[in-house]
Design a protein around this ligand. Sequence first.
Ligand code: LP5
Ligand code: MN
Length: 243
Amino acid sequence: MGHTLFIADLHLCPEEPAITAGFLHFLQHDAREADALYILGDLFEAWIGDDDPVPLHAQIAAALKALKQHGVALYFIHGNRDFLLGYHFAAASGMTLLPEEQVLTLYGQRVLILHGDTLCTDDEGYQRFRRKVHQRWLQKLFLALPLRLRQRIARRMRAGSQSANQHKSAAIMDVNPQAVKETLRRHHVLLMIHGHTHRPAVHSLEIDQQPAQRFVLGAWHTEGSMIRVSAQGAELIHFPFCG
Ligand code: LP5
Ligand code: MN
C-alpha cells in the first residue's frame, strides 16, 4: 500500500551541516519509499533569490531531482523564510510549486496543507510584515537588487524578527483556533497538516459537530520530523538524523 510524506521547517543553511546530512539521508532512504513528498515551507533558513550561488542550494536541488527521477512526486509550499523560492529552483529540483493552501485527496481522505504562518492571526506585527513582503512589485524590486544588498536586507530582517520575537508571548506566536476552524470550513476539510510553529502535535477539534484533526510538523533541529499519510490515516513521526 502506498503512502505520502510531509515535512517542513528544515531551515537548511551552510552553518548547520548535520541537518543537511540528515535531509540527504532521508531523501536517499525513507523518501524513496513514498508515492510523493510534500515540503510545507521553510526548507531553507532564508531565500533571497534563485540566483544565490550558495553550493548548498545546488546540492539540495540535485538530491531532490534524484528523488523525483526515482519516481517520487515532489511538491513545495512556500514558508515565511523561503517565500521567494522561484521557478528556476523548482525546475532544477523537480518540485512543483503549490499555492499557499492546497487540498489533496490522498487514499480517499481530503487533507488541507499549508505552511501555517497565515493561521497565526494574533501576531499582528507578523501579519503586517507578511502583507508587505508578499506584494509582487516589492518582491520584483528586491530580486533585482545586487546579491550583496539582498543579503544585507535579509540579515536585517532576520535580526528584526529575532528581536521582535523576544517580546512576543508563546500564545501570540501559535495558531489562532478560530483561524484554524475558518480555514478548514472554507475548504470543507476535516484534516489539516502544517508546520511553522515548531510545536509538533496532533490536535483534535470539532467543526460543525464533526471530529477534525490538525497535525503539526516539527522543525528539524536535532532530529527529523515527518507526517506519513496512508489509507490507514495520518501519523506524526520523529526520527534521528542518519542511520
Ligand atoms: O522567522 P522567525 O522564526 O524568526 O519568525 C517568524 C516571523 N518572522 C519572519 C521574518 C523572517 O524571519 C525574515 C526572513 C527573511 C528571508 C528572506 C528575505 C526576503 C526579503 C523580501 C522582501 C520583498 O517571518 C515572525 C513571527 C514568527 O515567525 C512566529 O510566527 O512572529 O514575525 C516577525 O518577527 C515580524 C515582526 O513582528 C516584524 C518584522 C521585523 C522585520 C524588520 C525589517 C527590517 C528590514 C530592513 C530592511 C530595509
Ligand atoms: Mn515558518
